[in-house]
Design a protein around this ligand. Sequence first.
Ligand code: NAI
Length: 406
Amino acid sequence: MSVELGEKKVRWARDHMPVLNELRCGELEKQPLRGLKVGISLHFEAKSAVLALTLRELGAEIAATSSNPLTADDDVVDYLKSLGVPIYAWKGMSEEEYVESLHRVLDIGPDIIVDDGADLLYLAHTERKEVLDRLIGGSEETTTGVRRLRNMEKKGVLRVPVFAVNDSKLKFIFDNKYGTGQSTIDGILSATNLLVAGKKAVVAGYGWVGRGVAMRLRGMGAIVTVTEVDPVKAVEALLDGFRVAPMIEAIRDADLVVTCTGDKDVVRDEHMVLAKDGVMLANAGHFNVEIDVAALERMAVEKREARPWVTEYRLGNGKRIYLLGEGRLINLVSGQGHPAEIMDISFSLQLSAVLLLARRGRELEPRVYNIPGDVEEEIAKLILRCWGVEIDSLTEEQIRYLSEEF
Ligand code: NAI
């Protein structure tokens, strides 16, 4: 049943990923990845499977794991295994099993790495340096991964070119904002089955993810407060109509707190002790460091599973705190990840990055690169075509006016 269900999930996703499919069809005959090995670490659910299979159909030998111990979809993994894909992932891996799975992927000696959070690329630069001898380069999916890789570049330790898929406008605007905005709500609702309308919600961080989560929570009737450390983003949140306050104040009457910062200890003991009884804490950032779970464990006098993916902690002051999804990305732990149409865009960028690396990766310096503007524009045009949307184009007169008049 699991394989059959996995196949249905992957087919459904593929049917709703027309842009990636167009790119695939355009390359199928050329087999541009023949002879190359691609190591993949992505949140391994249906849409990631579509990308993995696409890479294989274009000639690559692949090996895969999930980019987080809790985000694999076991049905999808079983389906991929039934197709002979070496995939080392299941939902609920321990930290040790997770790291072991990353090693298994590196064992194939990849030419190209497709990463989400940069764990594979980081390992290749530390414990598994032999991998670098063959590695042409990598592509990175998320903000936190790009931050890590840029820090490696700054310190002079990055040894291969990496495409920052995340930093493409087509990625961060659509995936981080609209994708995470929708899927985070999906994850919270699946875990809790509670009402959003009328709840007091706090969104920590008003970057791309925070903007999307705040917008969707408000759209469903929550009263939203934003916390920030960047004064410009704080002003933006204010002008978007949100209340802005420091966490120490905002948490006092919150029913729900969602962290979206990519930072650590955003909700810590000094905040949790002030929270009202029954507050729910969820995280949408890449790593499980935004909510200080260790502090919560220390402060709790009692702990029990209230529902799947909802842990109740009772503090010494008698108040209950509900931690959703163990403080890991809630949209993937108890939700189904981003909508297929969003991952269609993000994974079309990933495929383009892999093709760029296959074609001219060996000529590139070891740096973090943005996806070239012309590639992004072509994908944007393809999205519009697939979605049946037409736009205007400049007349000759307009081109002259815009470039010459001053
Ligand atoms: P961003 O850099 O656009 O925004 C982060 C914001 O958090 C910034 O405005 C920053 O000033 C603020 N911030 C940092 N420390 C803070 C603190 N202590 N308190 C309050 N605000 C603070 O980053 P983006 O793209 O919004 O990504 C955020 C996180 O979400 C990253 O870890 C990223 O990898 C992850 N992500 C998760 C996705 C998912 O599916 N759950 C999808 C895309 C990104």
